[in-house]
Design a protein around this ligand. Structure first.
Ligand SMILES: NC(=O)C1=CN([C@@H]2O[C@H](COP(=O)(O)OP(=O)(O)OC[C@H]3O[C@@H](n4cnc5c(N)ncnc54)[C@H](O)[C@@H]3O)[C@@H](O)[C@H]2O)[C@@H](O)CC1
Ligand SMILES: Nc1ncnc2c1ncn2[C@@H]1O[C@H](COP(=O)(O)OP(=O)(O)O)[C@@H](O)[C@H]1O
Ligand SMILES: [K+]
Length: 476
């Protein structure tokens, strides 16, 4: 963001003009969403505080009763200092007694310049805003949230809304930042679009625009093998997982889905889905010939496979084929403490889809304190594969540092078996030749959209049935 400011200013836009537009946008959001009431604007010492003085001025001009309280005066010569001198009212010191009449609070304490956890009276007033449950509007970010990671440094107010500028930051999409920001309003403050091209961001909010063109549409000359033949390596005991993977893969548009499992379980799979091809689980040494002979373009290994050497060897054999491969669930846990073995085996496109527990088993040193985005990027680089770290704020990262954060998944998806559906969708996209990064991004978006389409009462089995409609909409 600093770079965006610098380039915008280099392009002839004054820093103060950006601040004016930012503060005005904050006032606009407040006026549009709250009836007139007492407002307390908390201003920090930097430009975030500067935005606060501008917002205060606009609200006062609009007839609102505004109190401004500052942590300290902005440094002279800064844009924030100019904004402070243009505020026509008095400036009070920050004090908890200002909350007594339960004002609407505008939090302009710290934004992108947050350098350490808020302490002293800044920390005290943040805690008190939360304790009283006051309506609060964050300027840029709720103060205390790190815009790059969504992590909280010490404390941050729980905002009803946050107004940010130019472009969302990862911290607006990643937990806990996303939950603390409330509804996020993105304001255009006049930074030219060309600045975005210069910055070349490496992290995006997941959106069909990133991958829609790479979805494979059925063609007149297609036959089942040209639309992707996915192999699902499943288990003999937990058959539900493999069935969900296969069902989702078929609804996602695979030309053919074959499922390999221990022979005694095959009747269960065959009876569940007549259109599914069932095969006896091959020996790892036979897997390459099987995939080659049956023109299988990708394989999913792990859901319901069982943890242990057998699954590990099948996953390694799948990777050795050089064909696209997705490892999830038991195939990941089977490499707990041995991620370097997995990394050394990567030959072709490879995607892993861990949840928090599986991620920690593979990468115990990449703990939560690093922030999800950094954890996933590091894991992807280390593995030489695309990593989709699941959750309400799923992150997909490629070894080259590209990343997307997904924010369309409803909490209804927190239900057993939904991860298997995700693996099936992604497996099909891989089988159709979509690059692993785009396949993961598309799959997690489709999964979230399917979850939203079902809503309350969702069970994993519902999700595949939503895919035809969603795919149709994406094509129109
Ligand atoms: N394009 C943009 O993004 C624009 C950004 N603007 C605003 O500028 C902000 C960034 O401004 P700054 O870089 O001045 O940074 P901030 O205003 O976020 O904070 C920096 C100041 O706070 C102090 N500080 C940091 N952490 C502290 C803590 N825990 N306790 C006490 N003091 C602390 C620093 O020493 C420094 O004085 C953005 O968040 C945004 O609100 C706008 O003014 C206009 C344009
Ligand atoms: N609170 C939540 N909000 C949105 N999506 C969620 C939430 N919790 C879990 N999910 C999603 O649900 C799926 C669960 O997958 P997983 O943990 O592998 O479960 P299972 O193995 O039972 O299928 C993942 O795609 C995950 O991102
Ligand atoms: K803030």
């Amino acid at each position: 963001m600093r770079e965006a400011d610098r380039l915008a200013i280099a392009a002839g836009i004054s820093g103060y003009a950006l601040m004016e537009a930012a503060g005005q946008a904050v006032a606009r959001v407040v006026i549009a969403n709250w009836g007139r009431r007492p407002v307390l604007v908390l201003c920090g010492p930097g430009n975030n505080g500067g935005d606060g003085y501008v917002a205060a001025t606009h609200l006062r001009n609009a007839g609102w009763s505004v109190v401004v309280a500052a942590l300290g005066a902005p440094k002279s010569g800064t844009d924030a200092a100019v904004a402070a001198t243009r505020w026509p009212g008095i400036v009070a010191p920050v004090d908890l007694s200002l909350l007594a009449e339960r004002p609407l609070v505008i939090d302009a304490l710290f934004g992108a310049g947050l350098a350490r956890p808020p302490d002293g009276v800044a920390r005290a007033i943040i805690d008190e805003i939360n304790r009283l449950g006051l309506d609060c509007v964050g300027v840029d970010v709720p103060s205390g949230v790190d815009g790059d990671s969504g992590q909280v440094l010490g404390a941050a107010p729980r905002c009803r809304a946050t107004v940010t500028f130019f472009r969302l930051k990862p911290g607006h999409l990643l937990l806990p930042g996303r939950a603390l920001a409330g509804s996020v309003h993105l304001a255009d403050i006049g930074i030219p679009a060309a600045v975005l091209e210069r910055i070349q961001p490496r992290c995006w909010r997941n959106d069909p625009a990133l991958w829609r063109d790479q979805l494979r549409r059925p063609r007149l000359e297609d036959h089942k093998y040209t639309r992707g033949h996915l192999l699902v390596i499943a288990g003999g005991a937990m058959t539900g997982a493999g069935r969900l993977v296969a069902r989702a893969a078929r609804r996602a548009g695979a030309g053919m889905v074959s499922l390999a499992a221990p022979a005694e379980a095959l009747p269960i799979y065959a009876a569940d889905q007549p259109g599914l091809i069932t095969l006896a689980l091959p020996k790892p040494s036979d897997l390459a010939a099987l995939m080659q002979g049956r023109r299988m373009s990708a394989c999913v290994v792990g859901p319901g496979s069982g943890v242990g050497e057998g699954t590990r060897d099948l996953a390694l054999a799948a990777l050795a084929t050089g064909r696209s491969c997705l490892a999830d669930a038991d195939a990941l846990t089977s490499f707990a403490g041995k991620v370097e073995v997995l990394a050394a085996a990567v030959r072709g496109p490879f995607l892993i889809t861990p949840h928090e527990g599986e991620f920690n088993r593979l990468f115990p040193d990449l703990g939560a304190g690093l922030g999800k985005l950094a954890r996933v990027r590091t894991a992807a680089a280390r593995l030489g594969a695309v990593v989709l770290f699941k959750g309400a704020d799923s992150v997909v990262a490629a070894p080259d540092g590209r990343a997307v954060v997904n924010d369309n998944a409803p909490p209804d998806l927190a239900s057993a078996g939904t991860g298997d559906v995700l693996a099936g969708i992604a497996g099909t996209l891989l089988a159709q030749g979509m690059p692993a990064f785009e396949a993961a991004a598309a799959a997690v978006w489709l999964h979230g959209a399917a979850g939203s389409a079902v809503g309350r009462g969702l069970i994993a089995e519902d999700l595949p049935e939503e895919l035809p409609n969603l795919l149709k909409k994406l094509e129109s």
